[in-house]
Design a protein around this ligand. Structure first.
Ligand code: PSV
Ligand code: MN
Length: 422
């Protein structure tokens, strides 16, 4: 076949992109608006601070220096997006020794936010070299438990109902530890921590396949986190960090199973290309996040009630401006949550029952490719928010003012070096 003859076998491209040809019905618009009304996202205090890799940090003038800065930045995100009322804190990164919880609550209030999940630091003290709850030394396990119990009490004092546990525990070499014994220590400590929870407090157990341990991480996957949460007690649930999976893993299936078991406690949103890269949500694979939201909406439609899930961001914005990256993530989460709410679950069930595989898949694809910007803008307008929070942030001059003030403060405090291995 000549090149010319071959070329005419192609169809002319559609005159308008597929997204514009799919106009949501009024029922779909209502479903999206309703979904957005209850969709809240927690931002992490550490997402506003200078972070980096073990090779160093590139500092940003406007990066937060202390908890006041972090809460102020979170306040800016919430003012513009209207859906981020709480801020996750890492106890030892954010609370000064002896700092009064009531003062911290007041500070958060001043900036228009509240303290959200409490994250104990079970990885930075020297005695955690060989683990915290999985440490072979009983006194280290006791110290770790004490810190978790203090974190639970702190949660009660700042009126936060989530204590989020991530363990860096694991071993780096075969034979180094007794894998089953470590599991038992974990069970014992988690049970003891659970006993200290007040009514209404939830203990989240996060998993991660590797890093910093590279041979055997003690809580490496959702099955292990599920067993640990079950062993801890009825107020413990699993936390799914989207970056904590091997690339080929089907995260939405994990989500569906945890939902079905009433064991899904929350998410840490981020994206990754390789491992736990902490990139902004949906920057690499937005369809993955859409599929996760689809499972949640499908479950909600089936049960007639949305499950209680803590949606939280866990990202490190190493080189992007911190507030912009956070707003970008929030907007992306809302957009994908909205797209997933377009799916007609009753219709999908019929297609599934009739084994109309292509049509069923098309329902998801079409929802994903529908432009929901007008609905999001309508929701924002109805809530007195800017139509484009990112553009509004850029216009506000916040970054410039924070940059100038924090740069001067950093200098006065003698802070500066980027850090690294040496
Ligand atoms: C560990 O990689 C993790 O995902 C945990 O959730 C920590 O709390 C967070 O990152 C710290 O950035
Ligand atoms: Mn996480």
């Amino acid at each position: 076949m000549s090149v010319r003859a071959y070329a005419i076998t192609f169809r002319a491209p559609p005159s308008r992109p597929i997204s514009q040809r799919m106009k949501p019905s009024s029922t779909q618009v209502r479903a999206v608006l309703q979904a957005l009304d209850t969709f809240e996202i927690e931002v992490p205090s550490w997402g506003f601070a200078d972070t980096g890799t073990r090779f160093g940090k590139y500092l940003q003038d406007a990066a937060a220096i202390d908890l006041n800065d972090k809460l102020a930045d979170a306040g800016q995100v919430h003012r513009l997006t209207g859906c981020c009322p709480t801020v996750a804190v890492h106890v030892l990164w954010d609370f000064q020794p002896g700092q009064k919880p009531a003062e911290v609550m007041k500070l958060a209030k001043k900036h228009g936010v509240r303290i959200g999940s409490i994250n104990p630091n079970l990885f930075q003290d020297q005695h955690y070299k060989y683990g915290s709850f999985g440490n072979p030394r009983a006194e280290v396990r006791e110290a770790a438990l004490r810190h978790v119990v203090e974190s639970i009490e702190l949660g009660q004092q700042v009126r936060s109902d989530l204590v989020s546990l991530w363990f860096a525990d694991g071993t780096n070499y075969p034979g180094q530890g007794n894998l089953r014994e470590r599991k038992h220590w974990f069970e014992q400590c988690l049970k003891a921590a659970h006993r200290k929870l007040a009514r209404g407090q939830t203990l989240l157990v996060e998993y991660k396949p590797f890093e910093p341990a590279f041979y055997a991480t003690d809580i490496a996957d959702w099955g292990m986190a599920y067993l640990m949460a079950k062993a801890a007690g009825p107020q413990a649930k699993v936390l799914v960090d989207t970056g904590h999976h091997y690339v080929a893993q089907n995260i939405e299936q994990i989500v569906a199973w945890l939902l079905d078991e009433d064991m899904l406690g929350g998410f840490h949103f981020n994206d990754r290309r390789y491992a736990d890269d902490d990139l902004t949500l949906g920057s690499i694979d937005p369809y993955q996040i859409f599929r996760i939201f689809h499972e949640i909406h499908a479950y909600t439609a089936e049960r007639g009630k949305a499950p209680k899930i803590a949606y939280m961001i866990d990202q490190s914005h190493n080189d992007k401006p911190k507030i912009e990256a956070t707003i970008q993530t929030v907007m992306m989460a809302q957009e994908l949550y909205a797209k997933a709410a377009l799916v007609d679950h009753a219709k999908l069930a019929v297609l599934q029952g009739r084994e109309r595989q292509v049509d069923a898949e098309e329902m998801l694809r079409r929802a994903f490719f529908t432009d929901v910007t007008p609905i999001l803008q309508r929701w924002r307008k109805a809530n007195g928010l800017p139509a484009d929070p990112l553009a509004e942030h850029r216009k506000s001059g916040y970054e410039k003012a924070a940059g100038a003030e924090r740069k001067a403060r950093r200098k006065a405090l003698g802070l500066g070096a980027g850090g690294g291995y040496a």
